[in-house]
Write a protein that binds this ligand. Structure first.
Ligand SMILES: Cc1cc2nc3c(=O)[nH]c(=O)nc-3n(C[C@H](O)[C@H](O)[C@H](O)COP(=O)(O)O)c2cc1C
Length: 402
């Protein structure tokens, strides 16, 4: 559970997206957060307080003049007892109030009275979002260190298409979790590869492997949570891009090689997680080969370039981290790979149950020897790797200037 022990105060304002916040409460509670909800009067026209009360298991606040609150100051208690205040959806009206420090109802008053970080997830019609007044208010809020999540583009409840939709609850959750992680890679640029590659034999066939890309995607997410600017170059996988990560899709090892080598020198860190095919067919047939009574074809293979070794051999290489997935003799192979490629850190991954699971067993190999990590979900391991990388970087490299 990612939010175990965290206290989230959720403010709901008057927009159609208020119904999505009911799902958000469910997701927050599922991750272990305790959630308390306050609603504007307008919000109660869209979803009833009963819904939020049932989902959060806590009383919902709607009224500034509620005499049942012991000290009569729901606004002070609410923010005193929260680790973060999230307004979702945040209406255009409410953003205007926040930007100007107004406090004329319960939610705006408790927001002004808060003693914790504030995040807002704007949700409105595209015209409302694009108006100079709204944009001015958003700029003011960003200047006041308020975290602005989204909005996204797409179909709107009013039938129009454009920018202004609230982020999906799962995306808001991901952003919120990120805010609780230490920013150990702030100001750093991290490039990584993930997933398998696909080496074509003919237009419909090829050689690939069972890498799911999950470990690489978890590392991309963890690096972004830690404040890094992240570029993820990935082979064919069906995984959603972690929020805030720049993704470049490729198919073959040669394409991955080209994408990596043209940018590696501009990064502080390079992590090669992809299961890059060691070899590819020498000739790719232009036509689908037919079963025509002849013996099956013999496919001649040629080596693919060693992307990690090439990056490590640059005149001013980024900090290079490799992965070694092995089915046996992990320590021997991983350490051999580290020395051959001359890289400071190799992450060994003993494949016992095949690729593709959500948990993993990793071992770090570096100049100090080996460190075996406890089996854990991939995101947990990814965060441990990011912490290790941050320590290595501190000792080795000054940040890249943009
Ligand atoms: C059906 C309907 C949908 C609305 N949807 C939105 C919306 O998505 N975003 C928004 O900013 N305002 C929306 N409004 C307008 C707000 O409800 C209105 O500005 C209200 O005063 C906001 O109050 P609050 O900021 O105190 O919650 C909508 C109004 C109606 C009647």
């Amino acid at each position: 559970m990612e939010l175990e022990g965290k206290r989230v105060a959720l403010g709901v304002t008057g927009g159609i997206a208020a119904y999505k916040s009911a799902e958000l409460v469910r997701l927050l509670v599922k991750q272990g957060a305790s959630v308390r909800v306050a609603m504007t009067e307008a919000a109660t026209h869209f979803v009833t307080p009963t819904t939020f009360q049932a989902l959060s298991g806590n009383r919902v606040f709607t009224d500034q003049w509620d005499t049942s609150v012991a000290n009569g100051m729901a606004h002070i208690n609410f923010s005193r007892e929260a680790d973060v205040l999230l307004i979702a959806p945040a209406s255009a009206d409410f953003l205007a109030k926040l930007a100007n420090g107004l406090a004329d109802d319960l939610l705006s008053t408790l927001t002004l009275a808060r003693d914790c970080p504030l995040l807002v997830a704007p949700a409105m019609n595209r015209q409302m979002w694009s108006k100079p007044a709204t944009q001015r208010n958003i700029a003011t809020l960003i200047g006041d260190a308020v975290g602005v999540l989204g909005p996204a583009s797409g179909d709107q409840a009013c039938g129009e298409v454009g920018e202004g939709r609230m982020l999906e609850p799962a995306e808001i959750l991901e952003e919120l979790i990120a805010r609780f992680q230490p920013e150990v890679l702030k100001g750093r640029k991290l490039l990584l590869t993930a997933g398998p590659t696909f080496e074509a034999i003919d237009p419909v066939r090829g050689i690939t492997n069972l890498s799911s890309g999950k470990m690489g995607f978890a590392i991309a997410r963890a690096a972004r949570e830690a404040g890094a600017e992240v570029t993820l170059i990935c082979g064919p996988v069906a995984l959603p891009t972690p929020r805030g990560v720049t993704r470049i899709d490729i198919t073959s090892a040669l394409e991955m090689h080209a994408e990596v080598t043209q940018r590696a020198a501009m990064y502080d860190v390079f992590v090669g997680v992809a299961a890059v095919a060691d070899y590819r067919p020498r000739i790719v047939s232009e036509q689908k080969s037919k079963k025509d009574g002849n013996p099956p074809p013999i496919i001649e293979l040629v080596w693919n370039p060693d992307i990690l070794a090439e990056v490590a051999a640059l005149p001013h290489p980024p900090l290079c981290v490799g992965f070694a997935a092995e089915t046996g003799n992990l320590a021997e192979y991983a350490e051999k790979k580290r020395r051959k490629k001359k890289i400071p850190l190799i992450v060994g991954n003993l494949i016992t149950d095949g690729f593709g699971g959500d948990t993993n067993t990793l071992v770090f190999f570096d100049d100090n020897g080996q460190q075996i990590l406890k089996p854990a979900p991939k995101l947990v391991l990814a965060r441990q790797l990011i912490t290790r990388i941050a320590t290595l970087l501190e000792n080795l490299h000054a940040p890249m200037t943009p």
